[in-house]
Design a protein around this ligand. Structure first.
Ligand code: DP6
Length: 327
């Protein structure tokens, strides 16, 4: 029996990962940059045993069906190959989210699974190697190995594509992110399919890749200078450019719902009224608002005029992956 457990926090990209150049290895087209957050995390334990006759996956205590187990099994195969240990596994994952609004994240989920496998199979991976392994489960997971600001260096091979922490002098501790949870879901296009359709068909895709490289530079410069407005501006414009690529895909699609637009308009109106906040959005309708910790209460209060408290979640900068003892 080989057992291991780990906890990983989710991360939100300020400069997005949007498109792969290698779908098998999960090598991205562009570098991305994220902030790891404290409010959402996953704890995962894994046991490999010769007595098991198949891989089994429990999420929040519920046995998962074949479809939901597929991504986990694919990842277990990678870890088993790396360890040279070929035993079936039981995986138990618990998502810790502040509300029941379905905010599960593949970033924290796959990072925690990578950490649990590293411990169980005694792979003894360095953070860089763990980031590479997590990347092959889900791209964004490679960034959740570290806390604070993180850059995923795209690389051009399995060896050279991994995340690294960005030196920031702990500036992230002065920032906050408010999630506006939007429930009026549009037709779901999973991020994996959405980004591939965009790479394959969007006439805006080349410009996206070019401008993402420039945005990375701007964001890193803003972090070095602790320049909140510069970081906010590039975060919001990078997000809008990513979402523009989906409208130029064939068939076109969007992650924006009426509620997302209401939230984005609200943030822009607040800014015009002098409040310091910027938004970003991922492959779903929720809107995330970047602000400074010292202003988070005022901004929360203003958002509450349009969105009920159940739809608002405040998060701060979070830590990197942690190993846990098995109970
Ligand atoms: C829009 O990491 O979920 O959130 O690598 O296919 O598993 P796969 O995709 P995933 O994509 C995340 C896309 C994004 C932007 C980001 O997190 O950088």
């Amino acid at each position: 029996m080989h057992n291991g457990k780990a906890r990983a926090f989710t991360n939100i990209a300020l400069i997005k990962y949007w498109g792969k150049k290698d779908q098998q290895l999960i090598l991205p087209m562009n570098n991305s940059l994220s902030l790891t957050l404290d409010a959402f995390y996953t704890e995962t334990s894994v046991s490999f045993s010769k007595d098991y006759t198949k891989d089994t996956f429990y999420l929040d205590g519920q046995l998962q069906d074949e479809k939901a187990t597929q991504k986990v099994r694919h990842f277990l195969d990678l870890a088993r190959n790396q360890a040279g240990i070929f035993k079936y596994a039981t995986v138990c994952s618990q998502n810790f989210v502040p509300t029941a609004a379905g905010l599960a994240s593949s970033a924290s989920g796959l990072a925690a699974l990578a950490g649990a496998c590293n411990n169980a199979l005694k792979l003894d991976l360095s953070p860089k190697e763990l980031s590479r392994l997590a990347r092959k489960g889900s791209g964004s997971a490679c960034r959740s190995i570290y806390g604070g600001f993180v850059e995923w260096e795209k690389g051009n091979s399995d060896q050279t594509s991994f995340a690294v922490p960005i030196a920031s002098n702990h500036w992230e501790d002065e920032l906050a992110m408010i999630f506006i949870l939007i429930n009026d879901k549009t037709k779901e296009v999973p991020s994996r399919n959405g980004m591939q359709r965009t790479v394959d068909t969007s006439s805006y895709y080349d410009s996206w890749v070019k401008s993402a490289d420039l945005d990375i530079k701007k964001a890193k410069d803003a972090i070095t200078k602790n320049d909140f407005h510069a970081l906010g501006k590039v975060t919001e414009s990078n997000c809008l450019k990513m979402h523009a690529t989906t409208l130029a895909a064939s068939p076109p699609f969007t992650y924006w719902s009426p509620g997302s637009l209401k939230a984005m308009n609200k943030v822009q109106a607040m800014r015009q009224a002098g409040q310091n906040c910027y938004f970003t959005m991922d492959a779903g309708p929720n809107v995330k608002v970047l602000c400074r910790k010292k202003e988070v209460e005022d901004i929360y209060h203003e958002l509450q005029k349009d969105f009920p408290a159940e739809q608002l979640v405040i998060a701060y900068a979070g830590k990197g992956i942690e190993s846990l003892e098995m109970e």
